[in-house]
Ligand binder design. Sequence first.
Ligand SMILES: [Zn+2]
Length: 415
Amino acid sequence: MADAVTTPPVPSRTGRADVAARAAPSADELRRTAHALDHRFRDDLAHLVGIDSGSHDAEGVERVAAWAAAALVGDGFDVETLPTPLRDGRRYGPVVIGRRRGSGASRVVLFAHMDTVFPVGTAAERPFRVEGDRAYGPGVCDDGAGIAAGLSAARVLDAVGYDGYGELVLVLTPDEEVGSPASRELLADAARGADAALCLECARENGDLVGARKGVADVLVSIHGRAAHSGVEPERGINAAVEAARFLLDVQSLSGSRPGLTVNVGRVASGSRPNIVPESAELHLEVRADGLAELVGALDAIDERARHPFVDGARIGVTRLDVCPPLERDATDRLAAIARRTGARLGLGFEVAATGGASDANFVAALGVPTLDGLGPVGGGDHGVDEWLDLAGAPDRVALLAGLVVAIAEGESVR
Ligand SMILES: [Zn+2]
């Protein structure tokens, strides 16, 4: 006999445990339905991969948005397509938000991104193709399959007649690959106060979900010295390049001083000619850390170093260009446990891993919403020509996603 996705009776916050327990589909039912509807997943995926939608190709992302909005309407969602503001003079595609009301109380937010890292023309150059159990093409894993899985999970719930959630929300963003400059507030507005948020970046190659992502800060350091003739009066110069060199070594050595902390000075620029003492220098660096406290601590240490120049007379300015908070493990623990239990009922074994890379899950988790990532199907090779998606395993992952929505709606505690 198939286990129910949840373990009844679970008293839900709505006090409808008796009704809900009868209404909750079994794991087996979800899986069978996901397999029966798998052709829709494949069609959606092929369609998405066929549309160029680089982050800075607003028209391409708009085409994905229009297609997704129509698909959501077809699946019983109320849909809003919200334009995004210009960022640094650049135009981005819209945010699509689909909402489907249910009979319960929990609000569950699924989110995926419509943009890819690929330039216009890639979809024609490397069209969607299937070889064996795998699909290939630009964005097939990151994040076409995430969008298709979100649509499919909603379809599966509909097909089994389950609507025990209060509201099922699917948010599609246009600019994740460049750090979501234009959409992060709209995503936050849609996710704020949700009972749980499930990020549809794909699962890792080995099937693991993602329960922790480092926070990232993007920092520009500007060093001001004084130019002087290197032969005639070098003593009148204030060498910004020397300061930059010392500064680089000092901040880079913060790496490892706190849990998961890395500092990488990725760009160094200074000077113009060998006979001039360099007047200015610039360091562009990135800080990553497991926890917000560690990230902020490192940023403070960089500010502190800037107040104490090594070269007499040098002035150092530090600008935090962007700070993306971490997805911290303790914020995802309970959701991860629910995912493991749901996965076990579907016969899926996986771990919940940590990674150094950030995603939109970081912004949502920072709102205090329990957030889990990696709930798209299994794939790999992101951002490369060999990007792939495991088609054979996709229906089970869609069933996992649908099962998680059921578990949360039925009152498994996520906080
Ligand atoms: Zn992605």
